[in-house]
Design a protein around this ligand. Sequence first.
Ligand code: PEP
Ligand code: MN
Length: 401
Amino acid sequence: MPADPGPPPLPALQQPRWPDTPALPAALATLARSLPLVLPSECALLKHRLAAVARGEAFLVQGGDCAESLDALHPDAVHRTVALLGRLGSVLGRAMELPVVTVGRLAGQYAKPRSSPTELRDGTELPVYRGDAVNGHAFTAADRAPDPDRLVRVYQASAATLNLVRALAGSAREEPREDLPEELFTSHEGLLLDYERALTRTDPAFAKPYAASGHLLWIGERTRQLDGAHLAYFASIANPIAVKIGPTTGTDELIRLVERLDPDREPGRLTLIARMGAGRVRSVLPDLVSKVRAEGMTVGWVSDPMHGNTVGAPCGRKTRRFDDILDELSGFFEVTRELGAHPGGVHLELTGEDVAECVGGGGRGVLPEDLPGGYRSVCDPRLNPEQSLHLADRLAALIAR
Ligand code: PEP
Ligand code: MN
């Protein structure tokens, strides 16, 4: 009798089509014997911090690039982004009168889900850019071919970034300063399951395996299917985790998602990141928050005001209007407060570099005509430091009202 093949693998959306060569198993074997980037005790500490967010006793500031880029990796850029997170934390922590938990979208944010598998330009069709963990951004067949060696390169870049982040946070502990957080955790979308599984580790002190690729991993809006491979992987790890939820999320679906990912109702285990769009947050979010509260589930509620507000600019690039971003944040605060829930934090795409990607902001702000010259993102548009700080000031004013 042939051996029982077992259940078929669960569908895993958004995975690259790797070449059918020994390169992928070789890269995964390298990762499997590599050092962990984070320790389970650190993940447990972040879970403890996020439990305070869920209870209404702390505020999460999570932010960084949409997609980190190996070419753009530079110590000053990391320093400036970390410092920006620190400044935002100071402003928002003061406004909320709460301690801040700072989490970077960095040291591992190298894989992107995409809406189409290919990109067509001037009659040429190539695989879409899926993040530096998979292929290159340049529109050439060579760059766009998925290359498994990149998995090892982004692991190494993540290790180097994390080393710098730890040094910056360490120096801020020695000598506290307004513009550097003293404690900073890392996060990324846990999209590439081969990569995450190869970096999953066990530790005798912890009952479950944990993802050693970053402190907090989240499931994206496009891969949160209840019967999908991402949910199964996330259910199997001990890290604090988050899920992005968009405007089509049903209330029953959300309850099943929470039950599946946080069956033990462990404080700090699960954060829900709402990314509804400014036009829908006030109509869609109330039912979701009410239902989760009625079930007695203690998740953290965080607003991502970026991903529901992406629009095309006249130059053809993706952009976001500052006013839409602020409007979604205001809606999120209105809804949560109205229901007696805690507006637990913000999730932003931002950079310490002076880019022109989102439009609007304080003063002259960024104009659509600035985009062609000032756009650096390899994926979604980020807030620059001026826009980020202006957003924090405007939000602080709203909070105080
Ligand atoms: C992202 O965070 O870059 C992203 C793709 O978000 P979402 O899954 O919410 O669309
Ligand atoms: Mn993005």
